[in-house]
Write a protein that binds this ligand. Structure first.
Ligand code: ADP
Length: 518
């Protein structure tokens, strides 16, 4: 039975704290009740379940190496974060209550290879930091930013976050890492393993097995640097914002976009979103209704009217040479017109013109976080995001099933279908009202039902909140859970005392060796 909390014996914690203070200085130790609050997950259904013992904030690799050695000696579970803004998935909080947060947000070095369009980043570099850095150098390369860009570039890529430009699948743009292992060893992956190589950020694989993805959504090491490819500033950006009237327009829309994406006419991954996306950010629920339960069709119609939205909307964008974009635009226009959209709004930009500040131009944003305030009062959100094939009928079935569950559990439906190159991710947000105990009681059974529904169709989540990591890992069950067993074996080999992020992605909670240390 995996442990969900672990109380470090006080004398062991005190000894470790003395050693930690000698490594990072007492001013970089945060163990007050207030610190424990601020590193907890305010969006969790129950914040207290993931309360850390405290936090330490090193700023060099040598300090991190020394910290893991102390942690191993005293059996202290560490939870590494980059900037800890992974809201909806746990924020800065650990799976295991009582862990010590390893806060890397002070490590903010950026190395920029302008010629090759790559950066080598430390974990504390935020999207705003990197944007400011590139802007000060003429924005010759664009970022890809997630909907909430408050966090770090590396932390987001390590949790497989996504953005909206052709470089939007962030984890696939990682190239070469530096990692501290649980025994304190420092490793460089890919070409970085070859001392002094100028190709660390250029060729992902190196020689032999390639390990970068081993440190993604994992607890097998602490990433202290990562390389990332950036998109060269395009000559032109062209595209269209489309609205579609009916729920059943989703299927044909997916079937129309998927081949364009596979063929490469579209190089960016569009996201199809429903009517709540603007209302949840720009208004609160009380402005629309005082009725509990899922929003009625009348309210949905009022929201759509006010924001001139369809049931679904999507934005398509083309990046690169203007002549190519023009031709590609004509193809998109003709394919989209066949679907009879409610509206089609053209956008275009040329190098030198003022840039719109949106995710399409890789501008960091935080306003989408406003959706946590949809219910007013103490808010939050949690996601349910299964991976689907790019099939209109599969997506329609998934949508119908999920929408019905939202109504059954009395929740407001906010969903999107986000394209990848070959897959779709159906991101469903559950907007929380933490002041409504009745609603909060429904959240856990709701998510468990959604996970079971998806599993019954062979779908699993791509990312999940701390509370559901074991559950989601258990759905990856081929051959008696052989993948989970492989993960556990690798974890035990690299981190026998379970020091690094026990429980992350359902891998390795506190081992008996940790608990039973004499
Ligand atoms: P962000 O800074 O973008 O908000 P987080 O710091 O919250 O991202 O990181 C998201 C998750 O990724 C964390 O909960 C942790 O599990 C993992 N993670 C973040 N940074 C590191 C790192 N440097 N090494 C290993 N894992 C990390």
């Amino acid at each position: 039975m995996p442990l969900s909390s672990y109380s470090i014996p006080p004398e062991r914690l005190a000894a470790a704290r003395r050693s930690f203070a000698a490594i990072v200085g007492a001013q970089n130790l945060f163990f007050d009740a207030e610190d424990q609050d601020s590193y907890s997950d305010a969006f969790a259904v129950d914040d207290s379940r993931h309360r850390p013992a405290g936090a330490i904030a090193p700023d060099t690799v040598e300090q991190i190496q020394a910290i893991v050695r102390v942690a191993a000696e005293h059996r202290i579970p560490l939870w590494p974060i980059s900037r800890g803004k992974n809201l909806g998935y746990g924020g800065s909080a650990p799976v295991l209550e009582g862990s010590v947060i390893l806060d890397l947000s002070r490590m903010k070095k950026i190395e920029y290879d302008e010629e090759n369009g790559t950066v080598l980043l430390e974990p504390g570099v935020g999207f705003y930091d990197l944007y400011d850095f590139l802007k000060a150098r003429g924005l010759k390369h664009w970022l890809s930013t997630p909907g909430n860009s408050w966090g770090s570039v590396i932390g987001n890529a390590l949790d497989r976050g996504v953005g909206y430009t052709p470089y939007g699948e962030h984890t696939t743009k990682l190239c070469g890492m530096e990692v501290v292992l649980a025994d304190g060893t420092l490793v460089r992956t890919g070409m970085g393993a070859l001392t002094g190589s100028p190709t660390w950020q250029l060729y992902r694989f190196g020689f032999g097995p390639a390990w970068d993805q081993m440190f993604v959504q994992s607890n097998l090491g602490i990433v202290t640097k990562a390389g990332l490819w950036l998109m060269p500033e395009p000559e032109s950006l062209m595209g269209m914002d489309l609205e579609f009237d009916r729920p059943e327009d989703l299927g044909p829309l997916i079937d129309a976009i998927a081949p364009l994406r596979r063929e490469g006419v579209l190089q960016q991954s569009p996201t199809i979103g429903n009517w709540l996306r603007a209302a949840a950010i720009l208004t609160t629920r009380a402005e629309w209704t005082d009725q509990k339960g899922a929003l009625s069709d009348t309210v949905i119609a009022a929201i759509r009217k006010k924001f001139q939205m369809g049931w679904w909307g999507v934005s398509l964008r083309l990046y690169g040479r203007e002549t190519i974009n023009r031709e590609a635009y004509a193809i998109l226009e003709s394919e989209m017109n066949k679907l009879k959209p409610l509206s089609m709004k053209r956008t275009s930009w040329k190098r030198g013109e003022p840039l719109e500040m949106t995710g399409w131009t890789g501008t960091p944003l935080t306003f989408p976080m406003q959706n946590a305030n949809w219910h007013g009062g103490l808010g939050g959100h949690i996601g349910f995001s299964p991976v689907l094939p790019q099939s209109g009928s599969a997506a329609m079935e998934q949508f119908r099933r999920t929408y019905q569950r939202y109504q059954e559990f009395g929740m407001d439906y906010q969903a999107s279908f986000a394209f990848g190159e070959r897959h779709l991710i159906n991101v469903n947000a559950i907007l929380l009202d933490k002041d409504d105990p009745d609603m909060m009681r429904r959240v856990d059974p709701f998510i468990r039902t959604l996970v079971a529904d998806a599993k019954a169709h062979g779908y699993g989540e791509y990312r999940t909140h701390l509370d559901y990591m074991d559950l989601v890992a258990s759905t990856y069950d081929f051959n008696g859970g052989a993948l989970g067993k492989l993960n556990a074996k690798v974890k035990a080999a690299l981190d026998p005392f379970g020091i690094i992020a026990p429980g992350k992605s359902g891998i390795g909670t506190v081992s008996s060796k940790t608990k039973d240390r004499a």
